[in-house]
Design a protein around this ligand. Structure first.
Ligand code: KIV
Ligand code: ZN
Length: 519
């Protein structure tokens, strides 16, 4: 018997990017979009086109690039947003406008300061406006899990009549519980007279750790679209994680009457890419994509798995792509092998110069590190993108030229660095409590940024002591927060790169006095 299709709507690039510290450059977003398309997601929510010219450009570029998935932009239920979203996705093979307005009493009264009748009218107008621009329109009832049932039915019936094809019922604040939330979805579908003219969708946040359970419960009750993100990235505690939803449905086909179009062997590579780009590590015990998700430590378990794998494993590691961190390349590998492996990883470049730059970096790395893994390649490319500053900081870039650090037990570490600013080299020296502190002090001798270091995080890119170190830095200046990441075989060099990348993101005008303190 053929099963219903469950539409997988990925919002890593929109809701995911709203996680503090997870912002991505346009190139990084394009890379993630390519990977999502390869993964087989049905809809990619590429961003919020009206939010900034950069967001618009990213949504539009993704709409141009992606061929097999629908590309969607979020918009509030107002004309300017809808027009901007329509403009951004009109170049897509298949485009969607996703418009929303809040429907809970608390949001309508305090945030919107509108009466329920006005909210219905605005929602209907928004959907009609969007339908004049594009056929595929989704409407979301923001804060649905705290909205009144009768009001949700009323507004939903009206927006379906106005042309909405997908009705999304978000648990915006992660308040729902599985039985209650699933029940609401089932009753909406049963009670709304024209519910058969739309697909019902869910979008669950994870504030109580229930996002996946709530989504699955809704699927049981008739939802046929799930909004989710890679690694569960998203506002606050995040969204429902794509990999958990997809694998729960695939593993428990006896319970769920649906199928997805996800090519599950691409799940782990997608998770690693998003983690490398955002600098958000995946916890080792995370379901499906955590490093320990398929490893057995206890003797009894190991014995059982060796005798018969299914004794302790409900999924195969290779089915979600765990064998894909292959030893792929070495220093004798040529350009063709390099570029074809990048292709397989879903990494592409806009220009030949970028590919040449990546290949030159690969050769340098291969000279120092015998074995180059997929994760090294992902890191190398995200490094490259990191070094290109955002447009508004063009020409105001620090660049690390060289450095050495003296660090002996019982003595104060000293960093000597050469950093270029606007093409001019500066010799710098810094002393600190530890070698990393000395490096940052040396950089600040030139930048004098006035920033506070909010986060310093080191991860190994691959297993073993030969691994590159990946460092993530967050700097705060007043209300502004910037992130930088850097990778290198030397932890101190990776730290310097991360700090410099964060300063570059801040831009010259936000540093106090760039030249004071240079030696
Ligand atoms: O959480 C939420 O309600 C949202 C909507 C805009 C869909 O992200
Ligand atoms: Zn959300």
């Amino acid at each position: 018997m053929s099963k219903d299709r469950l539409v997988i709507f990925d919002t890593t690039l929109r809701d995911g990017e709203q996680s503090p510290g997870a912002s991505m450059t346009k190139e990084e977003k394009l890379q993630v979009a390519r990977t999502l398309e390869k993964l087989g997601v049905d809809v990619i929510e590429a961003g919020f086109a009206i939010a900034s010219p950069g967001d618009f450009d990213a949504v539009r570029s993704i709409a141009e690039l992606v061929k097999d998935s629908t590309v969607c932009s979020l918009s509030r239920a107002v004309r300017a947003d809808i027009e901007r979203a329509g403009e951004a996705v009109k170049v897509a093979n298949s485009g969607r406008i996703h418009t929303f307005i809040a429907t809970s009493p608390i949001h309508m009264k305090y945030k919107l300061q509108m009466e329920p009748d006005q909210v219905v009218e605005q929602a209907v107008n928004a959907v009609k406006m969007a339908r004049n621009l594009i056929d595929d329109v989704e409407f979301s009832l923001e804060d649905a899990s705290r909205s009144e049932f009768d009001f949700m039915c009323r507004i939903t019936e009206a927006v379906i009549a106005a042309g909405a094809r997908t009705i999304n019922v978000p648990d915006t604040v992660g308040y729902g519980t599985p039985e209650e939330y699933g029940d609401v979805i089932g009753r909406m579908i049963a009670n709304i007279p024209n519910s058969d003219q739309a697909i019902f969708s869910v979008h669950c946040h994870n504030d109580l750790g229930l996002a996946v359970a709530n989504s699955l419960s809704a699927v049981h009750q008739g939802a046929r679209q799930v909004e989710c993100t890679i690694n569960g990235l998203g506002e606050r505690a995040g969204n429902a994680s794509l990999e958990e939803i997809v694998m729960a449905i695939r593993t428990r086909q006896d319970l769920y009457p649906v199928q997805t179009g996800i090519r599950t062997e691409n799940i782990v590579p997608a998770s690693k890419l998003v983690s490398a780009i955002t600098g958000f590590p995946v916890q080792p015990n995370k379901a499906i994509v955590g490093a320990n998700a398929f490893s057995h430590e206890s003797g009894i378990h190991q014995d059982g798995v060796l005798k018969h794998r299914e004794t302790y494993e409900i999924m195969k590691a290779e089915d979600v792509g765990w064998n894909t961190n292959k030893l792929v390349l070495g220093k004798l590998s040529g350009r063709a092998a390099f570029s074809s492996r990048l292709d397989e990883l879903g990494i592409g470049f806009d220009t030949k110069e970028e590919l040449n730059d990546a290949f030159a970096r690969f050769k340098l790395l291969a000279d120092k590190k015998r074995e180059i893994y997929d994760d090294d390649l992902r890191k190398l490319v995200s490094e490259m993108h990191n070094e290109h500053p955002p447009l508004d900081t063009e020409g105001h870039v620090f660049k690390l030229v060289t450095m050495d650090v003296d660090s002996r037990m019982g003595e104060t570490p000293v960093a000597h660095m050469v950093i270029k600013e606007d093409g001019i080299e500066h010799d710098l020296k810094g002393e600190g409590n530890g070698p990393v502190d000395a490096v940052f002090k040396a950089i600040e001798g030139l930048a004098n940024s006035g920033c506070e270091l909010e986060l310093y995080n080191v991860n190994a890119v691959t297993a073993g002591t030969e691994s590159q170190a990946e460092v993530k830095v967050s700097l705060n200046k007043g209300d502004r927060k910037v992130n930088g990441s850097g990778a290198d075989l030397d932890i101190l060099v990776a730290s310097a790169k991360a700090y410099i990348n964060a300063l570059n993101a801040l831009g010259r005008e936000e540093r106090t006095n760039p030249h004071i303190g240079a030696v």
